[in-house]
Ligand binder design. Structure first.
Ligand code: COA
Length: 184
């Protein structure tokens, strides 16, 4: 990748770009686990409602970081600090625009998320859920020192019934301490 990656805290003005990137990533990578009717419906509007709300009035325990290349958002990560008493802070979303995958942007976002947890989290741990079918993401997390430690069934996106295809599984990836995240 030729251009530099700039990381910054997301603002309300990013809602549309983040929602569009999120919807595109779900359509590419979550098909099979999420229902086609959900993925092929007005997914951008669904994601826009979520991101507009999140970024308009960010909660004090939540941080969204955007990666820009040439002043265009090309990736994002959302962190919920101290979400779980046992597992610590939660990476709720991490997505990189398809054309720039495998260029180090995900690593830059993950490293910044771990820094935020190390600086602001009361508990040191870090975890996330990834779909069992998403073996590429699992390879990415393992490359950063994460371990799959639990299998469970995925929840319906947004809590709305009918958005899943059958009963897909998810894996919990965890780091005992955000400092343990392997930098790349
Ligand atoms: C998963 C994702 C965030 C990773 O970000 P990225 O910018 O593509 O990854 P990076 O270039 O930083 O990869 C760092 C290392 O992770 C590993 N890795 C990343 N993608 C991989 C893949 N598809 N297969 C195997 N290993 C992979 C490699 O070790 C890689 O280092 P290398 O390229 O020097 O071999 C990104 O590919 C993405 O948005 N995927 C689609 C959405 C998604 O699955 N999000 C996660 C939801 S839980």
């Amino acid at each position: 990748m030729g251009s530099a990656v700039d990381l910054r805290t997301a603002s309300a003005a990013d809602a549309e770009a983040v929602a569009t990137l999120h919807a595109d990533s779900w359509r590419r990578h979550y098909r099979g686990a999420f229902a086609d009717t959900f993925l092929d419906g007005d997914l951008v509007a669904d994601r826009l409602a979520v991101w507009s709300e999140r970024l308009r009035s960010p909660k004090p325990d939540q941080v969204t970081i955007v990666a820009d290349v040439d002043d265009e958002p090309v990736g994002f990560v959302h962190v919920v600090l101290d979400d779980d008493v046992r597992w610590g802070s939660f990476i709720e979303n991490l997505h990189v625009t398809n054309a720039l995958r495998r260029g180090g942007i995900g690593s830059a976002l993950m490293t910044r998320a771990a820094q935020v947890v190390a600086e602001r989290g009361r508990t040191g741990g870090l975890y996330l859920w990834t779909l069992e079918q998403n073996t590429a993401a699992q390879a990415f997390y393992v490359a950063h020192g994460g371990s799959p430690i639990e299998r469970a069934y995925a929840a319906e996106p947004g809590g709305v019934p009918g958005r899943l295809n059958g009963r897909p599984a998810k894996l919990r990836m965890a780091w005992a301490n955000a400092h343990d995240l392997r930098r790349r």
